[in-house]
Design a protein around this ligand. Structure first.
Ligand SMILES: C[S@@+](CC[C@H](N)C(=O)[O-])C[C@H]1O[C@@H](n2cnc3c(N)ncnc32)[C@H](O)[C@@H]1O
Length: 288
């Protein structure tokens, strides 16, 4: 018990905390190689264009809901500014995630090409590109496009391509199956197309909503195969706290950042009420 306490006091990380502030500035205050895995759900920069997303807070006759723009200041930047913004957080993620770890970045065609380009510019190797197939996507209302029914996730690592050290639980990835995923069977290799419905449970929405909230089962799958029990997870863009909640449920620690009080409040409420995968006396392990 004494050892655990001393380790906690010595640990330079604000462990299991959501910090209010700009993640780029805040990440600079943390020591290099502090994290095992990062889950990154950045602004997609959708609010500046004519892109529409689903807002189920209102009803539209005949469709059971309403399409509205995610009009948020944090999601609206000129292209070059967005490029510089992504370059800045990617270089901090590269510094903070250990070469034995990895990171996951969410996006769509609007932003993922920019992020892919920056990763290559910064000599960061992409492990896989995952297509998150959203079976229950809402139909396209304009009739001028195909129905958008997937997002892209880039999985990368901060080690070198010559000496890949990142943790991947291959056996677990093979053994897993998910009741809602029609593409993955237990005992078969996990493919790069994940069939994960985007709907959220009542518990996931119990303390408020976020316009781009991710389903917890999607994040748990990433952590299941890339993080070890007791690892510490970096979450630069917390939103409603999905990544931190998934980390806690999987027996992991987290450090998160978020600009807006209203989302920090939702995230902290969710964290207070979610199951803790860590046992009572588990603390930050020596490696962390
Ligand atoms: C795409 S959302 C994340 C949603 C989250 N995955 C969830 O499930 O709720 C991005 C979040 O990042 C926050 N944000 C934007 N720019 C930020 C910055 N520079 N530093 C910290 N947070 C930021 C926004 O307020 C927003 O809540």
């Amino acid at each position: 018990m004494t050892d655990t306490l001393e380790l906690e006091l010595e640990n330079p990380l604000p462990i299991d905390t959501i910090i209010k502030g700009n993640c780029i500035e805040e990440m600079k205050k943390l020591p290099s190689n502090s994290f095992d895995v990062a889950i990154i759900d950045p602004p997609y920069n959708l609010s500046s264009g004519g892109n529409w997303s689903w807002d189920n807070s209102e009803k539209l006759a005949g469709f059971g809901g309403n399409w509205s723009k995610v009009m948020e200041n944090w999601d609206n930047m000129p292209l070059i500014e967005y490029f510089n913004f992504c370059s800045a957080w990617i270089s901090e993620v590269k510094r903070l995630v250990k070469p034995t770890g990895s990171f996951w970045i969410h996006g769509t065609y609007h932003n993922i090409g920019i992020i892919n380009f920056i990763l290559q510019l910064q000599n960061i190797e992409i492990i896989n590109e995952i297509v998150w197939y959203k079976r229950n996507s809402f139909p396209n209302l304009s009739g001028r496009r195909l129905t958008a029914s997937h997002e892209t996730i880039l999985w990368g690592h901060t080690g070198t391509a010559k000496k890949r050290e990142y943790y991947f639980d291959y056996e677990k990835s093979k053994s897993l199956s998910f009741p809602e995923d029609n593409l993955k069977q237990a005992g078969k290799q996990m493919r790069t197309v994940w069939d994960v419905p985007n709907n959220k449970s009542k518990e996931e929405l119990a303390y408020g909503k976020h316009p781009t909230q991710k389903p917890i089962r999607l994040i748990k799958r990433m952590l299941d195969i890339s993080a070890k029990y007791g690892d510490t997870i970096l979450v630069p863009f917390v939103g409603s706290g999905t990544d931190c909640v998934a980390a806690k449920m999987n027996g992991l620690h987290y450090v998160g950042f978020e600009l807006e009080d209203k989302y920090i409040k939702i995230a902290n409420e969710r964290l207070k009420h979610c199951d803790n995968g860590l046992t009572l006396f588990d603390s930050v392990s020596e490696e962390n």
